[in-house]
Design a protein around this ligand. Structure first.
Ligand SMILES: [Zn+2]
Length: 230
């Protein structure tokens, strides 16, 4: 069995990578990092470091062009500000529509692209790190259980029953994801979550706030923040 992991260099996908390496062995895991035209390359740099740490094959794909018509605040060509508040606050104002950092159908596009590459690389399964906090209030509808079931079905059928999609955290919170990763000794010190590409995480954007909370709920200090403090 061989696994492909959609791998951004953040907490969730790095935990996915840890699970896949633990289950299949590093030699049977391919990490795929996809650039979507985000404002910074920081997460790709971090992804490189982590792939090297695990000793897995690491592929890179640039899909930035597909998002050229979007004004999502995460994209380089957008002049929209990235909101400085928790998702739980943001979704109170969105009336069930996605948050402003939702990149249009990103996971759908990423998983379809990954499916094509995974078949060429003889993988049997694709892992990705969607979890229930991101799906809450439809902040990111392409992280939901319903989306995951539908895309899994589409990829399984469309690949001639050769390829499945695994979202091991689909019903878990980010804190529960971190708990699994801490047990697996995932190198969180190398991960990057912040939407801003400064030298240090901003501590104010939705994903920085979520990340801090996830470590706090596990009663541990975020090893990356400890590293940046030093
Ligand atoms: Zn941030």
């Amino acid at each position: 069995m061989k696994a492909m992991v959609l791998f951004s260099g953040g907490v969730d996908s790095t935990t996915c990578l840890g699970i896949a390496v633990n289950k299949y062995g590093a030699e049977n895991v391919v990490a795929l990092s996809i650039s979507y035209g985000q404002k910074h390359q920081k997460e790709i740099e971090c992804a490189n470091k982590i792939a090297e740490y695990y000793g897995v094959e690491h592929l890179y794909l640039d899909l930035a062009k597909i998002f050229q018509y979007s004004d999502c605040s995460l994209l380089m060509h957008s002049d929209k500000e990235i909101p400085e508040e928790a998702y739980s606050e943001q979704i109170k104002k969105t009336n069930g529509t996605p948050v402003s950092t939702y990149v249009p159908f990103r996971n759908g596009l990423f998983l379809s692209s990954a499916a094509s590459i995974a078949l060429s690389k003889e993988c049997d399964v694709i892992y990705y790190g969607a979890h229930s906090d991101d799906a809450a209030g439809s902040a990111y509808p392409d992280c939901s259980d319903a989306f995951n079931n539908a895309i899994n079905e589409a990829i399984y059928v469309g690949s001639g029953n050769q390829l499945k999609v695994e979202a091991p955290f689909i019903n878990l919170t980010k804190a529960e994801v971190v708990k699994i990763g801490l047990d697996l000794k995932v190198p969180y010190e190398y991960t990057w979550s912040c939407y801003e590409g400064e030298d240090k995480p901003c501590g104010k954007c939705g994903t920085c706030i979520d990340r801090a909370m996830a470590f706090e709920l596990n009663g541990v200090k975020d090893p990356a923040m400890e590293l940046y403090k030093a």
